[in-house]
Write a protein that binds this ligand. Structure first.
Ligand code: ZN
Ligand code: ZN
Length: 80
């Protein structure tokens, strides 16, 4: 089973989104804001900087809270 947000976006544990049951971190650098934590196909940036391209935390509408990524999850056009 994959760790990333993309592969688990529809997965629920006891009715709760998978990502709410645990913190999803990049397996390489351990950063939640690394793009690889959002999609395993993206390269690890070894960075926890906010606003990274491809990261679920980098494309947030400012109205949403960072710790509530599922409120703002919108699949990218290049991800089918
Ligand atoms: Zn994945
Ligand atoms: Zn990483």
């Amino acid at each position: 089973m994959c760790w990333c947000h993309r592969c688990n976006q529809n997965k629920k544990v006891n009715g709760i989104p998978f990502s709410m049951t645990r913190m999803i971190l990049c397996p390489d650098c351990g950063s939640k804001r690394c793009p690889k934590a959002t999609d395993h196909r993206l390269a690890c940036t070894d960075s926890n900087e906010p606003g990274q391209q491809g990261s679920i935390y980098g494309t947030l509408n400012p109205d949403y809270y960072e710790d509530d990524p599922w409120n703002s999850w919108r699949p990218s056009r290049d991800i089918v």
